[in-house]
Design a protein around this ligand. Structure first.
Ligand code: GDP
Length: 188
């Protein structure tokens, strides 16, 4: 089932669209965890979240209107920690700015990880910020299709060190496992 979704705009800073009564679902994750694939899988439209990868736009937050009900806010992904310190710092500041400066009441954060990689120091840092500001967040373990049953159990245990089981979603953008569960959570 496709869900009507449109790209609204890319932002590099504040914008009136961030100050709205509509709920926001915010996607945060490192490059290559499959964040674009996850968004495309959720709405059922291939290529929708692609614009985030256009060269020169890698540092913008992309806003999508989904089902006329919620906005998706896709934060830029970034490369691996040590290689990309500068970009990491910029994105970290952007996340902090967004968390502290935007007054949208209904915000839910989706921290997307690669199941094969697990939770890295980057996600730990993001989780610490979200906790500090007492924000509602989920961990989406994408690419779960790459893990066998026992590896899945291990991963869930590791995630539960950070969050309760109900806020941990095992997802595959390939098979769409977890899609219904996540759409239900988002009320879409
Ligand atoms: P992004 O950089 O986080 O937006 O990642 P992409 O969506 O571009 O995905 C990165 C790579 O992971 C691509 O080769 C995708 O085909 C692959 N990928 C994404 N999601 C999944 C998944 O759920 N399962 C598997 N097996 N591969 C995935």
């Amino acid at each position: 089932m496709n869900i009507p979704a449109t790209f609204i705009k890319g932002l590099v800073g504040d914008d009136p669209i961030l100050h709205t009564t509509k709920p926001y679902v915010i996607f945060i994750g490192r490059s290559n965890v499959g964040k674009s694939s996850l968004i495309n899988s959720l709405v059922g439209t291939k290529g929708m979240a692609k614009s985030s990868k256009t060269p020169g736009r890698t540092l913008q937050m992309n806003v999508f209107s989904v089902a006329d009900k919620v906005f998706f806010l896709d934060f830029p992904g970034y490369g691996y920690a040590r290689v990309d310190q500068k970009q990491r710092e910029k994105i970290r500041k952007m996340i902090l700015w967004y968390i502290t400066s935007c007054d949208t009441l209904d915000r839910r954060f989706m921290v997307v990880i690669d199941s094969k990689v697990g939770i890295t120091e980057y996600e730990e840092e993001v989780i610490a910020i979200l906790r500090e500001y007492d924000l509602d967040f989920y961990i989406i373990a994408n690419k779960i299709d790459k893990l066998n049953q026992s590896a899945q159990v291990k991963l869930v245990r590791a995630i539960m060190l950070h969050i309760s089981e109900k806020n941990c979603i095992l997802y595959s953008s390939l098979t769409h496992r977890g899609r219904k569960e996540l759409l239900d959570i988002l009320g879409i």
